[in-house]
Design a protein around this ligand. Structure first.
Ligand SMILES: [Zn+2]
Length: 513
């Protein structure tokens, strides 16, 4: 990779505290072979390296590339026929999803992510039918798409070995259904054949193949507590330790999951995974909406991370994560777009504003609510710490990866902006995707002026569109009908889920515990 000087009207390098970032006005970054070699005033660096090409007009703000801390798919559930619903019912509607070409699907969301300044994605690959060979081939297609477009990816395949439709054993739930629904559901469950043993082999193959790559890393993903047996949790903890591989687990996304954990272990979901040695800097909890105060203390004490999926929590009626309490305890928090943000796309600039606004509780103390500097930290350094790339990405410093985004200042500040407004405030509060002028990953420009440098977006989308013109296959039609028929059954299953007053969630009239 040749060297370049990246120039900015302001270069934001790393957070100083929860409100402020270190920055250099009229600054520049020199990268060599994808690694940051120097940072300083542009005039100085350009005089020192007169032959090194300059990237950036000087009318742009340079930020570290954003990290999407929690991502699953390309085409969104809405695009695939699942409307927003409470999470547990939404799982049932997801049965309508048709087969989509994984390579093109991954490119689809990568286009959106990169165009909003995201340089690294935590890809948590969910449902993939078949046995080890099919899943490994599918994982390969997803990773290949990121490699081709030039994005940095932390890839994991989510392990689920139980309770695949509701928070109950698959067989038990199937047997509780009207007889005519059972065969189709059994056929659906039978599609997923990866055992915990296969999962170990999958991880080892992928890890072995990619461990020395600059832009691809492999980690582990216990899908959620209810989806993992004790044997699976034991195995995952062991793999995480042996390979020093981070793990990302969905946890207490909804009050139903909190109640599930109480029924399974008598305590909280966090207590439960703690028994398996999960907690620590290698673990990230996705969502964490229903953690309690003692859980938060334990998370802070162990250095466990949380990924805040704000839009997703709103859309699926999961609740509002206690972000301000996370922050007070100094817990590291990432931002995840999950399936999609509030506009049904993957736009990190918008999600930062969502996080900034959603937690503005009444009061006058500025320390009680998120700040601009904090949400930018969450979207960069915070996310980085939840991936195997760790502190190599997320901020701009000598020796770190040259992953950065250039935001066009005139798009933010034209036709007028009070000169006393801080540049960081203006960029985070007013920056839209149309202001993202250039995105660099590992020293390579992957996106500039609305065009991807390596992949023809129009051609890829055309191909995706064309492939999806074919009619649904017989099994897809069957699952569509099954999904409709199961919805009232699943509603019935959860209707009596909170069986005693003591464990009612607070919004139903009792206090939060
Ligand atoms: Zn998720």
């Amino acid at each position: 990779m040749p060297s370049s000087i990246i120039r900015g009207l302001a270069v934001f390098t790393e957070p100083v505290d929860r409100r402020n970032w270190q920055h250099i006005d009229d600054g520049a970054v020199v990268q060599r072979d994808g690694v940051i070699a120097e940072i300083g005033p542009f005039a100085e660096l350009s005089a020192r390296h007169p032959d090194v090409p300059v990237i950036g007009t000087g009318r742009q703000v340079v930020l570290p590339g954003f990290v999407n801390g929690h991502h699953h798919i390309g085409l969104t559930p809405v695009q695939l026929g699942s409307p927003d619903m409470p999470l547990e019912l939404w799982f049932v509607t997801r049965l309508v999803s048709r087969r989509v070409d994984l390579y093109l699907d991954t490119l689809y969301s990568a286009f959106e992510m990169i165009a909003s300044g995201i340089t690294t994605v935590q890809h948590l690959h969910g449902w993939l039918p078949g046995g080890l060979a099919e899943v490994e081939a599918g994982a390969g297609e997803v990773i290949r798409a990121y490699q081709d477009i030039g994005m940095r990816v932390s890839y994991s395949f989510a392990l689920r070995d139980q309770n695949r439709l509701v928070y109950q054993d698959d067989k038990q739930f199937t047997e509780s259904l009207p007889v005519e629904l059972r065969p189709a559901l059994e056929r659906h469950f039978a599609r997923f054949q990866v055992s915990p043993g296969d999962y170990g082999a999958l991880f080892e193959h992928l890890y072995g193949k990619h461990q020395n790559e600059e832009r691809v890393k492999i980690q582990l993903a216990p899908a959620n507590l209810h989806w993992c047996s004790d044997a699976a949790l034991t195995m995952l903890a062991e793999y995480s330790e042996r390979y020093d591989a981070p793990m990302h687990i969905h946890l207490v996304e909804t009050p139903y999951q909190k109640e599930y954990a109480r029924r399974r272990g008598g305590g909280t979901a966090l207590d439960y995974i703690d028994r398996f040695g999960f907690l620590g800097p290698r673990l990230t909890l996705g969502h964490g909406v229903w953690l309690n105060e003692a859980d938060l203390d334990r998370i802070a004490a162990t250095g466990t991370h949380i990924c805040h999926n704000c839009s997703s929590n709103f859309r699926l009626r999961s609740g509002l994560a206690p972000l301000n309490f996370f922050e007070k305890r100094g817990i590291n928090v990432a931002i995840g777009l999950d399936e999609a943000g509030i506009n049904d796309d993957r736009d990190m600039l918008q999600e930062m504003r969502m996080v900034l606004r959603a937690h503005r509780v009444p009061g006058m103390d500025e320390d009680d609510v998120p700040s601009v500097g904090q949400v930018l930290r969450m979207a960069t350094v915070g996310g980085a710490m939840t991936t195997p790339f760790g502190s190599r990405i997320g901020s701009l410093a000598i020796g770190k990866a040259a992953d950065l985004v250039l935001v066009d200042w005139d798009k933010v500040a034209y036709p007028y902006l009070d000169p006393e407004t801080s540049v960081l405030d203006a960029v985070v509060q007013r920056g839209r995707t149309n202001a993202v002028a250039l995105v660099m990953v590992a020293g390579e420009v992957v996106y500039q002026d609305g065009r991807f440098t390596r992949i023809d977006r129009d051609a890829a989308l055309r191909e995706l569109h064309q492939l999806l013109q074919q009619p649904l296959a017989a099994d897809e039609v069957e699952r569509r009908q099954l999904s409709r028929a199961l919805l009232p059954q699943v509603r019935r299953f959860y209707a009596g889920y909170f069986d005693s007053d003591t464990h009612q969630p607070y919004y139903r009239g009792s206090s939060r515990q």
